[in-house]
Design a protein around this ligand. Sequence first.
Ligand SMILES: CC(=O)N[C@H]1[C@@H](OP(=O)(O)OP(=O)(O)OC[C@H]2O[C@@H](n3ccc(=O)[nH]c3=O)[C@H](O)[C@@H]2O)O[C@H](CO)[C@@H](O)[C@@H]1O
Ligand SMILES: C=C(OP(=O)(O)O)C(=O)O
Length: 417
Amino acid sequence: MEKLIIEGGKRLSGKVEISGFKNAAVALIPAAVLAGDVCTIENLPSISDVKILAKILRGLGATVHQKNSKVIEIDPRNINHCFIDYEDAKELRASYYFLGAALGRFKKAKVVYPGGCCIGSRPIDQHIKGFEALGAQVNIEHGIISVEAERLIGTEIYLDVVSVGATINIMLAATKAEGVTIIENAAKEPHIVDVANFLNCMGANVRGAGTDTIKIEGVQQLKGCHHTVIPDQIEAGTYMIAAAATGGDVLISNIIPKHLEAITAKLREMGVEVVENGESLRVKATKPLKNINVKTLVYPGFPTDLQQPMSSLLTIASGTGVITETIFEGRFKHVDELKRMGANIKVEGRVAVIQGVEKLLGAKVSASDLRAGAALVVAALAAQGETEIENVHYIHRGYTGLCDKLTSLGAIIKKTY
Ligand SMILES: CC(=O)N[C@H]1[C@@H](OP(=O)(O)OP(=O)(O)OC[C@H]2O[C@@H](n3ccc(=O)[nH]c3=O)[C@H](O)[C@@H]2O)O[C@H](CO)[C@@H](O)[C@@H]1O
Ligand SMILES: C=C(OP(=O)(O)O)C(=O)O
């Protein structure tokens, strides 16, 4: 089993280029099922979630050509069914996007209940509500979600909770429904816009993505297209936090600064210098940092996916900080691991109270999920001595070339097996 060994206490400096957004890429690949011709997707991250989705597509009959580590060509024309079994579906959350895409194209699909990070209960009732409103029958038996419709008819769907996954899934299915679908209380995350742009590039008619009302006018046929994935705001935020945690000076390039406003604002509140320059940000930190309060919210609020790395930074800031996790009730599993490194954190329900300590000390720790892994990497980079991180496969779900990127910034990090 792969482990990361990090010798902490090295100041990060230099330039790091951000890869394509995991959460956009993992929706775009299933969305290609809807296309009537070849789709080329560029700036893909090199992560295990993308590899699994490509494998699933091949299993369904698509021709998938990985032109290089960042570019994939998908010809979905030979797909004639959609059944995704436990072995594939359990590996990641985004397997649920095949439900919406295949429902749009074939009017039916079967996908085993999705996996993904174990960070709370993660129901999919809003996806189901949307599919049913469009006219589909949904059954869940033996862990398999089956959706089937004679016709999909556009309608108005109000989401009871703001859900990224439900917004995208309904958008995918509605793209080929008859008439107009309106999603109210839609999620506004940047990847919703990226998926809408991809669909529109194929000939769909999706308007309002990025606002809380999305209007989709169904079309009969979609074509192939070229699309470039937007930069990964969570990867960028993780490097910004890592730079701050090591008192570093790092240029984060290939980003959209607008997508990073919440993290930029919070780092500045801590005393970190963040300077925006076109498609890059320079993050410069001098210790000690001031502790702050952070509350996770839907976009444009502070992203839950950065809450765990951010909590590592708060452990070494002076004073007391409070983290309130409003999206996923189980997203504090990394806390016990941070405590092994000397962090002073008390969790009650959805709130973590963090009393900053002078330093963290390297220890043996284990990642429980993707961003817990990122949080432990941040803590290890800042800690005194050596940290050994287990369960690194979670980190590979979402970070392209983490070791190489960190090494180029001056970190001392190696893999062992
Ligand atoms: C592959 C992907 O893009 N994953 C992201 C996506 O996950 P995911 O799409 O699973 O997250 P959602 O936005 O759907 O979840 C937000 C909240 O809504 C709840 N909910 C969701 C759907 C539903 O049908 N019913 C319901 O109650 C969830 O339990 C959660 O409390 O958005 C999350 C929130 O930004 C991110 O942390 C994940 O990284
Ligand atoms: C929770 C995450 O991913 P997923 O939804 O794919 O489990 C994440 O990217 O932080």
